[in-house]
Ligand binder design. Structure first.
Ligand code: T4K
Length: 383
């Protein structure tokens, strides 16, 4: 079995040409402006608005996705309420709820998309429920029409954790309520147009990044003023403070990195698809490795094995014998972690899938030849 000389990590961030980044730094140096709503941030906001086809009044940038979620939840009035969400996600989805005084209530996932199931979520709705937070996990699109129906029926807010879903677009036949979102030529819209709010993470482990960063897009343009206030301590000039805000401002170097990466976004997405295809080819004759096919942006390459033991063996031997560092995103489930154990045992589908899933290396620049070798190593380990 091949052992790679250098470790192959589950992901590596795309880095723009250093010369281009330096040119941007020269501009920052001459502005002598590093954060607090600077010109780079404003440019990044404008370009994101064009890329996503959403009006600039319906988005807000933050210094990371977790604080974006936290302040987004707070601005949507979720404090003190119960919020239905998935245990099959990164801890940030729920941590941000707890930090604003909301109670996460866990419901099971759909086995196809691995996202929160609207039917399971509906069963958990009570008069205390203020919102539902589905996650487009791995870039797989949730049953957005199903959640729209729940929102209409029960009057609950729908806030998507779209941390993994940057670049995902879709045709939406059933609802057109987000008027701030433009339809692109081919009739598709950004996934961010669903629900009341969506959060995209720009962490370097994501296919698109700004060193660290987070973006909220929202239906109601009036929320923007509240979010701008909250990300800057909720102070207004020197004499007034109106709420308990935070410091969640994106700085100029982050915005520059985001602008440089945005230039490359189409290529980044195309390359991820090529990697996915190379894995698919590698596993074509093996019924015991199932590639999860639903992600449009191929932000991750999750595969399912037949049982926990096989997954663990592949994970360990890839690392020890091949120098390949896959990850078990998202195992353990949130309901296995101390703050959320009250939900343990309530989501059997999520438990099963978390025990069998492994996410394989994918990033811009990972040679397709290496992908074929990794697939071959997995088959050998399983043989
Ligand atoms: N909601 C969801 C559904 C999320 O998945 C996340 C974050 C959030 C919300 C919160 O968004 P942010 O606040 O992060 O914007 C990582 C990330 O830290 C985290 O952003 C991400 N989800 C989560 C799924 O994964 P770790 O602990 O696995 O990362 P780490 O440091 O082990 O890095 C993974 C691999 O990437 C390593 O093999 C090394 C490589 N790497 C990493 C960094 C940071 C690099 O090569 N270069 C780098 O700069 O959590």
């Amino acid at each position: 079995m091949k052992r790679f000389e250098k470790p192959i990590l589950v992901t590596r961030p795309y880095l723009p040409p250093l010369e281009d980044f330096k040119r941007g730094c020269e501009e920052i140096w001459s502005n002598q402006w590093l954060t607090n709503n600077g010109p780079m941030l404003q440019r990044f906001q404008k370009e994101l608005s064009q890329y996503l086809g959403v009006s600039e009044t319906n988005l807000a940038l933050f210094n990371n996705g977790t604080l974006a979620l936290e302040l987004g939840y707070y601005a949507m009035g979720l404090s003190g309420g119960a919020v239905i969400t998935t245990p099959f996600t990164f801890v940030a989805t729920s941590h941000a709820l707890v930090r604003i005084g909301a109670k996460p209530v866990f419901a099971d996932i759909d086995p196809e998309t691995m996202c929160l199931s609207p039917a399971a979520a509906e069963k958990m709705i009570t008069p205390r429920t203020k919102a539902i937070v589905p996650v487009h996990v791995y870039g797989n699109v949730c049953d957005v029409e199903g959640f729209e129906r729940l929102s209409e029926k029960y009057g609950v807010k729908i806030i998507y954790d779209a941390a993994h879903a940057f670049g995902v677009k879709r045709r939406f036949e059933k609802f057109e309520r987000f008027e701030g979102f433009e339809k692109f030529k081919d009739g598709v819209r950004s996934i961010g147009c669903c629900g009341d709010m969506s959060m995209f993470s720009f962490h370097p482990t994501k296919l698109f990044h700004s060193c660290e960063g987070g973006l909220l897009v929202f239906k109601d343009a009036e929320v923007q003023e509240k979010l701008f206030e909250l990300r800057n301590f909720a102070i207004h000039g020197e004499l007034s403070c109106t709420d308990v805000g935070s410091n969640a401002k994106m700085n100029e170097l982050q915005a520059l990195m985001g602008l440089e990466c945005l230039k490359k976004i189409d290529e980044l997405l195309e390359y991820r698809q090529k990697i996915y295809d190379a894995y698919a080819e590698g596993f074509v004759d093996c019924a015991d490795v199932t590639l999860v096919p639903h992600s449009q942006n191929k932000a991750y390459v999750p595969v399912l094995f037949k049982d926990y033991e096989t997954r663990e063996r592949v994970y360990t031997e890839l690392k020890e014998k091949c120098n390949v560092f896959s990850r078990r995103y998202f195992y353990p489930l949130l309901t296995d972690f101390a703050p959320y154990v009250y939900g343990k045992g309530s989501c059997p589908m999520a438990e099963d899938l978390a025990s069998r899933v492994l996410t394989l290396p994918t990033y811009y620049g990972l040679p397709l030849e290496d992908v074929k070798v990794i697939a071959g190593c997995i088959l050998e380990i399983m043989a």
